[in-house]
Ligand binder design. Structure first.
Ligand SMILES: Cc1ncc(COP(=O)(O)O)c(C=O)c1O
Length: 748
């Protein structure tokens, strides 16, 4: 067979295909990961991932294996019979979403139709809306698919033109406007159906608190809240589901796209039992819905997402993508919007029509998609490497430069041209100041709230890490104890000078390491996860820590004190470092804390977590070899980590934001430092490290803590931050009620 040339292939497709799409002139033949190859062997970076359907990257080996193995076993049976594959898939989906029942289908629109039918029936059977009067409130600018019913409530003419008569029963409100939503609700409203972020409309992110407000209005008026997370779900926004950013739970959730792992159309309506139980046999169905092939691939898609930490990747790389795009100084860009690895760049069409930019990008090997003439969408596979993402952004910047009006031309435009140019000096200044505010900055000067434990009984009487040398201490115990007191006081004073408030936990004789309060627990969003120590020598600290945190709770400093689940070990903030810039929690395992704590903490705090394996016994807690500084730079010591962990760090932080600690600094426990905004408190710092920090805008404060170094600890170990919080609008309550979380809360 002779291969068609690109124009011939395109012509052939155009001759026989319906004209409902206008594809870019590329003919793709193969895909692997984030890369696609065309029929001529040219490679393209996929920054679109088929509207999120390829979140796992192309041809993910685990997914291809699940597909082929199941296809060889049995692929399609219809729902006239049970199959072994369906139950596990739907169980996983309900556990992840926190909802009770799931109804699988194929394309996304099918599941939107399911949701509409469920809402109407619920309206009649449960809410007792008069027959055929049920209404569903939808947002202006919505996109939920292309069926006749769905386009009936679209507000986009091109989706509707010529397709009437339309299905009645829908009312509109302005997306993001709660007053407009409340005005649209009537006694006959069965449901509000919305996208948490409007994708096709141009990645429109509603104001913080909007979803919480929708939840409250739905509760107030006894209306179902149904979220279409076909595009926003499954990690795209940096959380499993976009609703988690606001700590609410919908009554019904529509998923699709990435659920098929980039291989098959798989969608699902997931809902509470009250909603789903309106369906009885015969009332709804689909021949291919829930077939064993789809179920096997769907289950594997969810498991790959979990195993590969794709949600955390999306949060971390997404914040990098957003910040790089927001730093572009171009007159063409009007706005950059997005969340996670899902970003829309709004362009000034007078300077650069989005389609023209997308075509130019494709010619340079980067695939993206325009929407509404002005917005370019970036939604790469969540598996994308940081290097590839950076390359794609570089190409985008270079492409925009081609569209920028030439400087010489800018200089000699006459007054009439100036008014015609959309980028007036005032607007340009406004755009610049907007971009400036979006540059990474350290936390504004709020008063840090810290916990320390007095060193009165500090000594080295046992050896639980390579630093500890009880024999040495036996000789000079007294001198080193007084040094410890001096160092500890100096550290506390430094914090106070930097504006921090310090709570002091009373020490206990015989528990010398209690001074290392970072290990007492993790406090995030006023919720304490108590440590459970691996080393017997430190287990005696646990009841004292619990008592102190309970006292803090009684004083209103924290809200909840919860235990580490039975059977797991967790050494507190020493192995759980909150990264505000990237909205991820880095956890350490391999020495002291259990690897599974990653999942417990993700669930407890509703945040993505990245687990890093520690391989050097000298660096036995994550805080000894990994420090997130105030502006998001990360100081780390490479030999402490496994290859896989190093890959994750490089990928998610990026080489430009990494500072590699030297052997000398790391062995003086310099990495174990505390960042308070642009101030960083170290026990030691070589000239080189000081220079690197100063270059990046940090003020270094060095407090010698030699006596504590003898125990393997330094500034961070001696300090527990009580006031860390996840971003505004994020969940303040656990969202998912899985078995161990229930136990965990019951135990608390
Ligand atoms: C939010 C949303 N809902 C529904 C759909 C329709 O999905 P499908 O094209 O698989 O029918 C889409 C597709 O882009 C979507 O983004």
């Amino acid at each position: 067979m002779t291969r068609s040339t690109t124009p011939e292939t395109i012509a052939r497709e155009q001759q026989f295909a319906a004209r409902n799409y206008a594809p870019l002139p590329v003919v793709l033949e193969r895909g692997h990961g984030e890369w696609l190859t065309d029929v001529d062997g040219k490679r393209y970076l996929d920054l679109m991932s088929a509207y999120s359907a390829v979140s796992h990257g192309h041809a993910h080996p685990r997914l291809v294996r699940a597909l082929t193995e199941q296809a060889q076993r049995v692929a399609v049976t219809s729902r006239a019979y049970h199959t072994a594959a369906l139950g596990p898939f739907l169980e996983k989906l309900t556990r992840l979403t926190g909802l009770e029942r799931a109804l699988p289908a194929n394309g996304g629109a099918e599941s939107v139709e399911t949701a509409i039918k469920a809402a109407r029936r619920w309206g009649y059977q449960v809410k007792k809306i008069p027959q055929d009067r049920a209404e569903i409130v939808v947002a202006r600018g919505n996109f939920h698919g292309r069926s006749t019913t769905i386009v009936s409530f679209s507000t986009e003419d091109s989706y509707r033109d010529g397709f009437g008569p339309f299905t009645p029963g829908f009312r509109h409100f302005d997306f993001g406007d709660l007053a407009s939503l409340e005005a649209a609700i009537t006694p006959n409203t069965a449901a509000v159906l919305i996208e948490p972020i409007q994708g096709e409309a141009g990645i429109v992110v509603p104001p913080d608190g909007f979803l919480r407000g929708v939840r409250a209005l739905c509760d107030k008026h006894r209306v179902l809240m149904i979220l279409d997370e076909i595009q926003s779900g499954l990690g795209r926004t940096g959380r499993w589901f976009a609703f988690q950013h606001e700590g609410i739970k919908p009554d019904g959730l529509i998923l699709g796209k990435a659920l098929g792992g980039g291989l098959l159309p798989v969608s699902c309506f997931v809902a509470t039992a009250e909603v789903m139980d309106v369906f009885e046999p015969g009332s709804h169905g689909s021949t291919f819905g829930g077939n064993p092939l789809a179920a096997a691939v769907g289950l594997e898609a969810l498991e790959v997402m979990e195993d590969e930490g794709l949600v955390a990747r999306s949060a971390a790389l997404g914040s990098h993508l957003l910040s790089r795009l927001r730093q572009i100084d171009s007159r063409i860009i009007r706005a950059v919007r997005g969340r996670g690895l899902w970003v829309g760049v709004d362009l000034d069409p007078a300077l650069a029509p989005a389609r023209a930019v997308v075509e130019r990008l494709a010619a340079k090997g980067v695939l993206s998609k325009d929407t509404h003439e002005t917005v370019i969408r970036f939604a790469p596979p969540l598996t994308i490497s940081r290097a590839a993402l950076d390359w794609g952004i570089d190409v985008f910047i270079e492409t925009l430069e081609e569209f920028e009006p030439a400087p010489a031309h800018k200089a000699d435009v006459n007054q009439a041209d100036v008014t015609a140019l959309p980028a007036t000096p005032r607007r340009k200044a406004a755009m610049k100041s907007q971009r400036d505010t979006q540059r990474p900055t350290a936390r504004p000067a709020t008063r840090a709230h810290l916990m320390m434990s007095a060193p009165d009984h500090f000594e080295v009487s046992y050896k639980i890490n390579p630093w500890m040398d009880p024999e040495h201490w036996a000789v000079s115990a007294e001198r080193l104890a007084s040094d410890a007191k001096r160092g500890w006081q100096a550290l506390k004073l430094t914090y106070e000078r930097l504006g921090a408030r310090v709570e002091v936990q009373p020490p206990v004789r015989g528990l010398p390491d209690m001074v290392f309060t970072a290990n007492a627990g993790l406090v995030l969003d006023r919720k304490v996860t108590l440590a459970r120590f691996l080393c017997r020598e430190r287990q005696g600290e646990q009841p004292h820590n619990r008592a102190f945190f309970e006292a803090l709770r009684a004083r209103g400093v924290v809200d909840e004190v919860i235990d580490t689940p039975a059977g797991l070990y967790f050494e507190g903030a020493g192995d759980a470092i909150w990264d505000r810039q990237r909205s991820v929690l880095w956890t350490g395992y391999g020495q002291r804390s259990s690897r599974e704590m990653q999942f417990v903490l993700a669930e407890t705090y509703g945040v993505p977590t990245v687990a890093l394996e520690l391989v050097d016994p000298r660096f036995y807690h994550l805080d000894t070899c990994f420090c997130v500084l105030g502006r998001g730079d990360v100081l780390y010591y490479r030999p402490a980590f496994s290859e896989r962990a190093l890959g994750l760090i490089e990928d998610l932080v990026g080489r430009d934001r990494l500072i590699e600690a030297s052997d000398e600094d790391a062995c003086h426990l310099a990495v174990n430092s505390v960042a308070l905004g642009d101030d960083a408190v170290f026990c030691h710092a070589t000239e080189t490290l000081r220079g690197q920090l100063a270059e990046r805008g940090y003020r270094t404060h060095v407090v010698p803590l030699d006596s504590f170094n003898r125990s393997g600890g330094a500034a961070y170990c001696l300090t527990l931050r009580l006031d860390l919080s996840t971003p505004v609008g994020a969940a303040k309550q656990p969202i998912f009620v899985e078995d161990d979380a229930v136990e965990l809360r019951a135990a608390a």
